[in-house]
Ligand binder design. Sequence first.
Ligand SMILES: [Fe+2]
Length: 327
Amino acid sequence: MTTKRYTSPDPELDSYYGDLAAKDLRPLWELGEMFTSEPKAAAVPHRWRAADLHELAGRAGDLVPIERGGDRRVIGLANPGLGGAPFIAPSLWAGVQFLLPGELAPPHRHTAAALRFILGGRGAYTVVDGDSIPMTPGDLVLTPGWTVHEHHNPGDEPMVWLDVLDLPLVIGLEALFFEQRPGNPAQQCPARSASEMFYGQSAGLVPVGNQTPAFDGPSSPLTRVGVSIGDSIAGLYGAFGAVMALLDRQRHPGKSIPLQDRIIDVALNESIYSMMESLVPDYLAHGVQRHRTGGRMEGIAPSNAYLCADAKSVVIAAIPTPSSSGT
Ligand SMILES: [Fe+2]
């Protein structure tokens, strides 16, 4: 018997409880305290003073070689409300990591995801899946789960940052595992990582507190993304027109309109309309407004030009929409 045995003043019920416990069963009606009317938080508000953390982290730098701490010299923040568990909150672990000049925290990866707030120091960098990211005070570096990461401090100042991992959550899911990876030599860290250049200059991240006019320059992170779809489609139709003119000249030598007299006129708007299939005519002619259909292609049937045995082609098209019901 490993589960809790409940008791009752009623001898028959008490005996029943004994039988349940003997079979490792627990009655739900005795677990009422679990279902409270409002959340019960065990973690309590607590302040860890920066001066204490710096002082104690500095002493760890003197006393503990980095190899001794599982390749990371980190002091975890244990919330006093969690009964001694090494977590800052029931679902989060947090700790202060300390990397001395010339030290390397070698590469590894784990299923728990991490973020790092850089607190102090200069000249260090972290590498996440091969992307070297400079670490300066105030920076936030994200390390998604199972990405390989390592920390280098080639500078001459101790480096301190706050690590936060969803360790308790992943432990609760019984999904925590870890792998050490082959080491990499120290390298030159660029001023901006590939991640910053990719995500910081396209949709998704915009500097907070800045007005758009300040970002009109060529180095603005608010760059125009993608291509001009209208010009591209119209250009494609123009190219089709040129190819057809050449084909006509080849098939009808001496009879075709001279190329210099041909004009291929492509309208930008109509090129766009052609890409919208019958979207606009549906609405203009029948008042039909299309809605999202997920993966379904409403009213679309296979269409193509097929070569027949007699070397002739037949075009088969079928679009049964309100504005075009023929085949
Ligand atoms: Fe790690």
